[in-house]
Design a protein around this ligand. Structure first.
Ligand code: SAH
Ligand code: SF4
Ligand code: F3S
Length: 440
């Protein structure tokens, strides 16, 4: 029997890429590839890439450059590029970096096994179609290997919103929701493998409108309630949501569904109505603030997370101040902020950018405010009782780490057998990036 071939996958970008990497590895498993976590030991290297900002895309090329010595040492080494850069740049990747053997987009990776056959025969393989068929229907169904207690599950993919700055509608394609029955089966499968918390993924996850078992369309809230019936699944999260798709049922579920965790990532991007309009977000700052009030009325202890862009074309000092004001009004427990990056092919890329220096300064001011809020939210946990799903050993000997329902990292002194368990913990201290707790 021949030796199994080794596959090294490196993942960039969002959680959906993490999920896709897992599925790609499974697809290649059918071709005899087993995962390795060392590039220098691999027969096949696959980069699963992100195109969201310029820096993310450029990383791919510098990473490919680093693989050159590996290829020189092993001419049989195969190199592939998957994900959103693959979709956006296609054959250009092979022109810029001729040692790339394979380029596959996010909607065609179910075709990886046949593409690998061509690559192993010494040909190049490129597929960045948006096919008619549903890739998930063609991927290996039985996902058997045991795994950690948390998992991602893609329920919706793609985006029809076309925010003026964003490449996602072009790299992921149109919005598609997966049917409820398939998702239930995949969730049950994950639970059978030790998973207790599932994060439902979608670029616009709350726009979910999948076919229900009765042939009718179900929204995200209904899907969550159905998943909450799965025995052994204790926690449900979802990300990323768009403010305009937060419907009444989903807001209500935050107050009434015990398995739905009190954490919500709801990006607003900016606080100025003029900029929101230029971004094509289709809501005002006030719409967002009122929405948050309604969600908090349903779930007062909800920890809110957001995304922000500074330096969007046309952003003046007053517009930026409106973003700071919105952040002050809303109060975030977690946040991600970015300097605007012009992306080829998007409408905003045609507009005059804010000078770099000004944008850098704004980013710094916004991040100071957001980190103050984040710190306050974390410190406010001290003295409280939370429930923690333990995932892995901690930094120090004898420690085990997990996540609270608010997604804070919490470490306790406790046995390794805590892994995969949910336990009550009293928070005793707030440290740099995590909370210290004691088992109750
Ligand atoms: N679907 C999600 C976001 C996907 S991208 C949503 O609608 O909110 C994740 C984040 O990256 C975005 O929320 C935005 O803050 C940031 N982002 C997207 N395009 C960007 C760009 N061109 N420059 C800077 N940040 C960007
Ligand atoms: Fe991008 Fe906007 Fe779609 Fe989010 S909603 S993926 S930011 S276009
Ligand atoms: Fe990046 Fe594509 Fe996700 S551009 S953020 S990997 S959808």
């Amino acid at each position: 029997m021949s030796e199994p071939k080794k596959l090294f996958v490196k993942t960039y970008g969002c959680q959906m890429n993490v999920y896709d990497s897992e599925r790609m590895a499974e697809a290649l498993g059918a071709k005899g590839y087993v995962p390795t976590d060392r590039a220098d030991d691999a027969d096949m290297i696959l980069l699963n890439t992100c195109h969201i900002r310029e820096k993310a895309a450029e990383k791919v090329y510098s990473e490919l450059g680093r693989f050159k010595p590996l290829r020189e040492a092993n001419p049989d080494l195969k190199i592939g590029v998957a994900g959103c850069v693959a979709q956006a740049e296609g054959a250009e990747i092979m022109r810029r970096q001729p040692m790339v053997d394979l380029v596959v987009g996010p909607q065609t990776y179910h075709r990886l096994p046949e593409m690998m056959e061509r690559v192993e025969a010494g040909e190049a393989a490129l597929d960045t179609d948006f096919p008619e068929e549903d890739k998930f229907a063609h991927l290996p169904k039985a996902r058997k290997a045991p795994r950690g207690p948390t998992a991602f599950l893609t329920v919706q993919e793609g985006c029809d919103k076309f925010c003026a700055f964003c490449v996602v509608p072009y790299t992921r394609g149109a919005e598609v929701s997966r049917p409820v029955e398939r998702l239930l089966r995949e969730a049950q499968d994950l639970v059978a493998r030790g998973v207790r918390e599932i994060t439902l993924l979608g670029q616009n996850v709350n726009a979910y409108h999948g076919e229900g078992p009765n042939g009718r369309e179900w929204g995200l809230a209904r899907l969550i309630w159905e998943l909450a019936e799965v025995d052994g699944l204790d926690r449900i999260r979802f990300t990323t949501s768009h403010p305009n798709d937060m419907d009444d049922d989903l807001i209500a579920a935050h107050g009434t569904c015990e398995k739905l965790m009190p954490y919500l990532h709801l990006p607003v991007q900016a606080g100025s109505d003029r900029i929101l309009k230029a971004m094509n977000r289709k809501h005002t700052a006030d719409d967002y603030i009122r929405l948050i009030e309604r969600i908090r009325a349903a779930r007062p202890d909800l920890l809110l997370s957001g995304d922000f862009i500074v330096g969007f074309p046309g952003e003046g000092e007053a517009d930026f101040q409106a973003t700071l004001d919105l952040v002050e009004t809303v109060g975030y427990g977690q946040a991600y902020s970015f300097k605007y990056s012009a992306r080829p092919g998007t409408p905003a890329a045609e507009r005059d950018p804010v000078p770099t220096e000004g944008a850098d300064q704004r980013l710094q001011r916004l991040q100071e405010l957001l980190s103050r809020q984040q710190r306050a939210a974390q410190d406010a946990m001290v003295g409280r009782e939370v429930s923690v799903l333990f995932e892995k050993p901690g930094r120090l000997a004898g420690q085990t780490v997990g996540k609270s329902e608010y997604l804070h990292a919490v470490h306790v002194t406790g046995p390794e057998t805590l892994r995969g368990q949910i336990a009550k913990v009293r928070i005793v201290a707030s440290e740099a990036n995590s909370l210290a707790g004691e088992l109750i």
